[in-house]
Design a protein around this ligand. Structure first.
Ligand SMILES: [Zn+2]
Length: 129
């Protein structure tokens, strides 16, 4: 792998919070979701069943994205986003170890446990000078 910097936690973060999928990727994602829902066919009604079938794709480029499974698809998408949009990605990195936080609003590092919560210091501001 060339992407030494793209460790699993970072990949998850990109997938969850900054993944701008191409049309093919979105179609593949919906296709996969439809396949999963149809697999639980008895639990969804007839109309929903039809809706799901409409989400299925026959596009070869789309199906190729999923040919090695859903996890592989995620990796493909995340790697593409990482390579193409790395400078623009809004990553919530730990100020201490520079690794990725769990969510965009997290204020504590899961790796080094450093916390960057702003301290409530309203009272001390008026007395200093
Ligand atoms: Zn850290």
């Amino acid at each position: 792998m060339e992407n030494k910097e793209l460790y699993p936690e970072l990949a998850d973060y990109i997938w969850n919070y900054c993944c701008h999928m191409t049309e093919d990727e979105q179609t593949a994602w919906r296709h996969n979701r439809a396949v999963e829902r149809l697999a639980h066919g008895n639990r969804i009604g007839f109309h929903k069943h039809q809706n799901q079938e409409q989400q299925l794709s026959k596009d070869e480029a789309v199906l190729k994205l999923l040919e090695n499974g859903y996890d592989n698809f995620k990796t493909l998408v995340v790697t593409r986003v990482w390579n193409e949009q790395k400078p623009e990605l809004k990553l919530n990195l730990c100020p201490n170890c520079k690794r990725i936080a769990r969510t965009p609003s997290a204020k504590q590092c899961r790796f080094c446990l450093h916390s960057w919560r702003e301290k409530p210091n309203k009272e001390s501001s008026s007395t200093s000078e």
